[in-house]
Write a protein that binds this ligand. Structure first.
Ligand SMILES: [Fe+2]
Length: 283
């Protein structure tokens, strides 16, 4: 299992540092964490696991609900995305991340040719209706590749050569520009010597919906076969409060199972809450 738990003494060091530097401005928190041996210990181990396994869950890290520390931690891994986003579940949100329905396997910012290398998710609060809900899933694309090399070379060939259209208004929910972006790229490519996956079914469907054209049967078949092979290699994790899931956004797909809502007396919804952000690859 790709789980790295932080020992009680190390967690105590991280907690106490987080508590003390919390009053600093962001740039000072960044430079402190970049030189702190305990944060570097965690970073170095996580980086090695990511390099081999492409994803990891960190448990008991010693900070939570702290955007500034989370941001500085992310900056250890590469160029920062620019924003740490809070996401809760809502009933009237157009953005897919807030939906109580399951999110299908995807890469983050798939319509961006230079999309982030790593995705970071920290759970602030768990699903109000228990541990049956809100599980995260991850598929390593090397596992899918290996399987297809052996069992379905024709599909593999299509994943490298068929250019799937994706449509989005702005790269993500956090983008300032809402301009139409259409990207036609294969699902599999090679990047810096590694297999890279680019896939977001909702963006592909959005293209056909907006352009009012039917998706070709050949394309439907490729997507259907691809997703069913991915399902065979999907690993699912329940993230407890404070856990951080890091995925290599170039070498994995991720999803989230359905979540629920609780309604309180002033009409407020209580739901699973997370912080999400990204790091671009180092040059
Ligand atoms: Fe995502």
């Amino acid at each position: 299992m790709a789980i790295l738990s932080i020992s009680t003494p190390l967690r105590a060091h991280i907690s106490s540092i987080a508590h003390h530097i919390n009053v600093f401005v962001q740039s000072d928190i960044d430079s402190f964490i970049q030189q702190n041996k305990y944060f570097l210990l965690i970073y170095q181990s996580v980086e090695k696991i990511l390099d081999k396994n492409c994803f990891v869950v960190i448990k008991n890290i010693g900070f939570n609900r702290n955007r500034a520390i989370f941001e500085s931690f992310i900056k250890l891994f590469g160029r920062f995305y620019g924003v740490v986003e809070y996401t809760g579940i809502k009933v009237d949100c157009a953005y897919t991340g807030c939906s109580y329905n399951a999110l299908t396997l995807h890469n983050d910012d798939a319509v961006d040719l230079n999309n982030p290398k790593y995705t970071f998710i920290q759970v602030l609060s768990e699903d109000p209706n228990g541990t049956n809900f809100g599980w995260n899933g991850v598929v390593r694309i090397d596992d899918v590749f290996e399987y297809l090399t052996l069992h379905d070379k024709a599909l593999l060939d299509k994943l490298f050569n068929y250019h799937f259209p994706m449509l989005s208004y702005g790269v993500s929910a956090y983008s300032e520009s809402r301009e139409e972006i259409i990207l036609r790229e294969p699902i599999f490519t090679y990047h810096r010597g590694y297999l890279k996956v680019r896939f977001d079914l909702s963006r592909i469907k959005h293209f056909y919906f907006k352009k009012e054209i039917a998706m070709p049967d050949e394309e439907k078949l490729i997507l259907d076969k691809f997703l069913s092979v991915c399902q065979q290699f999907r690993k699912r994790y329940y993230l407890s409060c404070g856990d951080i899931l890091i995925v290599d956004n170039h070498r994995t797909l991720h999803d989230r199972e359905e979540t629920t809502l609780e309604l309180d007396e002033d009409g407020r919804f209580i739901s699973r809450e997370i912080l999400v952000s990204f790091a671009y690859e180092k040059n």
